[in-house]
Design a protein around this ligand. Structure first.
Ligand code: ADP
Ligand code: GLC
Length: 480
């Protein structure tokens, strides 16, 4: 099949979260299955500066009608690996910036223009390249307008650009909601600015377009597929999602084992496997040293790697500061994002420098070291569409402590509920729920045989993209 993916992030070129990992790994796995895969990505500065993009050549220039203007851009293309072509949608005014969505303080004011342009340019590029796709698969709100624009363009030009479109919701909390006047920039017919179009409480909602107009809708875990049909998790789109219930499926992400594998991870001071765990001790010692924790320490190390957003339950960790201060444990956090959370985590690390360490930035190497060097990985998310770190943790023999939501429930088995199969600990997403699970973690760690068995079971699980890519493959075939 000719499969075109459209996304705003792609590992290793641009990443703010799991979207990049998921699209990077899925597209590679689809190519491995013999498909011809193309990925459209905004030509951000960081991508153009990447060594792979040095080989990018202009495929074509294009002009996009956006409101009353015609905006020019160009598509530059390169092939990072056999079977995959990356097409960068370039326009300096929009994408030659340091951040993908904002400057660190706040989102860019022109994000609607930027991603409407991106979506329109993708459709125009598909039209110009004259190579009809079997599947056009769009990810999250930044690409959600593509299924809508594509069918309009087909009607207008009398061509077929894609046999079927798929839209994946990685996180329904981010929808691309903009003032109603933004609608004119889409140049869509007025009837689409209504309740059964992309109108949303007198504004416009790009994600709604993807949900309503794609042939198939997916999200990144079965549990989240159910959750987003409820007011508690649907973020106002639950009713819209319900209308597509028959075409909605939750497919769990995988782990890119070329990047996340303790037996071959070059970013670690030592490598290890289920059969020989000694390297994990080296990683733990290096992590403790890196954090400035000196002296002999035998208690458990709790690791956190997360975007600092309300979603990740960092407030629940902060609410349990007494636990970390009064027990013989260490807490190592890596993350950036919300300024208030950053400040509060920093304050906690200042209060207890011999026990808590905080790295306030994006740091790939440190994220690998925390995954490998910790004994427990904390992920008490308030909601979690899929979550990748709890899977990376299991692969790295680090016992995940997660909350009972979304993909976390679908990928972790509680060791107390199911002593024969348990691979982690699951808690209610509340501060007392987390405290109860932290106590259970202490008890588990105090019993080396039981702890070791939980580790081993996690490491034995197969989270590779092979099965996930197979599921997408079947979905594509089925829709065709
Ligand atoms: P989300 O996409 O909601 O942020 P996921 O668990 O799906 O959550 O994916 C997060 C990804 O981003 C993981 O690969 C994680 O290691 C990475 N990540 C998050 N924060 C950082 C950070 N500060 N430094 C390095 N990697 C990070
Ligand atoms: C989103 C979700 C996360 C998921 C990732 C990749 O960022 O928050 O749970 O793992 O997308 O699908």
């Amino acid at each position: 099949m000719k499969i075109v993916h459209v996304a705003s992030e792609l590992f290793p070129y641009v990443k703010t979260g799991g979207l990049a990992d998921a699209v990077g790994a899925l597209t590679g796995a689809l190519a491995d299955r013999g498909h011809e895969v193309a990925v459209y990505l905004p030509g951000y500065r960081a991508v153009l500066e990447h060594k792979d993009a040095a080989t990018a050549e202009r495929s074509h220039r294009l002009k996009v009608e956006q409101g009353i203007e015609f905006l020019s851009g160009e598509v530059r293309s390169f092939s990072p690996r056999p079977g995959v072509t990356v097409h960068l949608v370039c326009r300096e005014e929009f994408f030659d910036r340091r951040g993908a969505y904002g400057n660190g303080e706040r989102d860019y004011e022109d994000n609607s223009e930027r991603f409407i342009f991106f979506s329109k340019a993708v459709v125009e590029s598909l039209r110009l390249s004259d190579a009809g796709a079997d599947i056009v698969h769009c990810h999250d709100w930044q690409a959600a307008l593509v299924p809508v624009l594509l069918r309009q363009a087909e009607r207008r030009h009398g061509v077929t650009l894609a046999l079927k479109t798929v839209f994946t919701i990685h996180n329904i909390a981010y929808q691309g909601v903009f003032p109603s006047r933004t609608f004119t920039r889409t140049n869509l017919p007025d009837e689409l600015n209504q309740m059964d179009g992309i109108e949303y409480y007198s504004q416009i909602n790009l994600m709604k377009g993807g949900i309503l107009f794609a042939d198939r809708v997916t999200t990144v875990s079965p549990r989240y597929a159910q959750e987003i049909q409820t007011p508690e998790f649907g973020c106002g789109l639950d009713g819209v999602v319900q209308t597509r219930a028959e075409d909605l499926v939750g497919l769990i992400n995988g782990v890119d084992t070329a990047i996340w594998n303790p037996a071959s991870d070059e970013q670690l001071p030592a490598r290890y496997s289920r059969q020989n765990m000694s390297g994990k001790k080296v990683c733990r010692a290096e992590l403790l040293k890196r954090c400035g924790f000196t002296g002999a320490f035998r208690g458990p190390v709790f690791g956190v790697v997360a975007r600092l957003a309300a979603q990740k339950g960092v407030d629940l960790i902060l609410a349990n500061r007494d636990f970390f201060q009064s027990n013989d444990v260490r807490l190592v956090l890596l993350g950036s994002g919300d300024r208030r959370l950053e400040e509060e985590v920093r304050a906690l690390a200042r209060e207890a420098p011999s026990k808590v360490h905080f790295t306030p930035r994006l740091d790939e190497a440190m994220s690998h070291l925390i995954e490998a060097g910790s004994d427990f990985f904390l992920m008490p998310s308030v909601f979690e569409p899929c979550g990748l770190n709890q899977m990376y943790s299991q692969v790295y023999g680090t016992v995940p402590l997660v909350s009972r939501v979304g993909g976390l429930v679908d990928t972790v088995i509680d060791a107390d509920d199911d002593p024969k199969h348990g691979t982690g600990l699951i808690c209610d997403p509340s501060s007392t729920g987390l405290l109860e699970a932290l106590q259970r973690a202490l008890a588990l760690f105090a019993d080396p045989a039981r702890y070791g068995a939980v580790q081993q079971r996690g490491m034995a699980r197969d989270f590779s993209w092979k099965s996930a890519a197979g599921a997408y493959d079947r979905l594509y075939q089925d829709s065709l």
